[in-house]
Write a protein that binds this ligand. Structure first.
Ligand SMILES: [Zn+2]
Ligand SMILES: [Zn+2]
Length: 303
């Protein structure tokens, strides 16, 4: 499909053979947007058959190891594969420090340029815009500065009905005008209403990513109504004190954010490896928000 999310890592600080640390790849048409880059991300990308050359933007939520330890290997491999295209990395000031170390130590012979877009803004902030998509950052509540990301697909022009192209011998100029919503006037002066010439485009899709964060109601307005919300759910209800102390969330708190924000679907992840049975977290979340699903490494969710 042309707007979907592949989970590359659904675990938290301690990666296991089943769950790598946090990394997601959002596919928007022909491009992939990488969100966080935990240890082993490049191996997971390989398993998911995602070509590194199709990634031009990496968004880093915060500078904890389980979200950045994969960056060095990934940057190095991109160079070994002969990359020349610019790579954009969006992250807080600490991410710049980490990358400076990489550039000092490992950038000899580097063939491509890395542009770092430092996020300093503690409110809702546009990070990137292209023909398909707008990406925004917003603050989360964690032990270090952390940001969530909102990916909003742009509204598309209506699709033209194929038969009318031959029927009215439409030129490219006519087609562009009709797709923008105009009626068509024939050579004999007859006005053909736009509604007879087009079918509406698919509604724009949206995805929001919130990890790592304590329960934080401020984010509700920013993720309101999204098609898919990924929210961390490190702990079960029984461990909510630890969640609070460590600025993480329980599955039920993630569900509560999803419910209050009126999202369509919730994906929970960043699970602590203390739980052998994640059905407990899923059950607790579904009590509050039934449309909740567990993130699993290498699964893809169409949005
Ligand atoms: Zn984490
Ligand atoms: Zn963290």
């Amino acid at each position: 499909m042309n707007f979907d999310l592949t989970i590359l890592g659904s675990g938290s600080a301690l990666p296991t053979s089943r769950r790598y640390s946090t990394a997601h790849a959002l596919k928007v048409y022909e491009r992939f947007f990488l969100i966080d880059c935990g240890e082993g991300t490049q191996l997971q990308l390989r398993k998911a058959k995602i070509k590194l050359s199709r990634i031009n933007h990496i968004f880093i939520s915060h500078a904890h190891g389980d979200h950045v330890f994969g960056l060095f290997g990934l940057l190095s491999t991109m160079n070994l594969l002969g990359r020349t295209a610019v790579l954009n990395i969006h992250g807080g000031p600490d991410v710049q420090k980490i990358l400076n170390f990489y550039f000092d130590q490992f950038s000899e012979g580097m063939q491509y340029k890395v542009v770092v877009n430092i996020i300093n803004n503690r409110s809702f902030n546009l990070l990137h815009s292209d023909k398909n998509l707008e990406v925004y950052s917003f603050p989360l509540k964690h032990r270090v500065p952390a940001w969530g990301f909102l990916f909003n697909e742009k509204e598309k022009d209506a699709n033209i009905v194929k038969e009318v192209i031959t029927k009215y011998k439409l030129s490219i100029k006519n087609i562009v005008s009709i797709k923008r919503g105009n009626d068509f006037i024939t050579d004999t002066g007859e006005r053909i209403p736009n509604a007879q010439l087009t079918v509406p485009a698919m509604p724009p899709r949206s995805f929001a990513f919130c990890s790592d964060t304590a329960y934080y109601e401020r984010i509700i307005k920013w993720v309101e109504g999204v098609d898919l919300l990924y929210h961390e759910a490190t702990f079960a209800n029984a461990d909510r004190k630890i969640a609070k102390q460590t600025d993480h969330s329980t599955a039920q708190q993630a569900a509560s954010i999803a419910k209050k924000a009126g999202v369509k679907k919730l994906l929970i992840g960043h699970f602590s490896n203390r739980y052998s049975d994640l059905d407990l977290l899923l059950r607790e979340a579904r009590e509050v928000f039934p449309e909740t699903y567990l993130a699993e490494d290498l699964e893809t969710h169409t949005i």
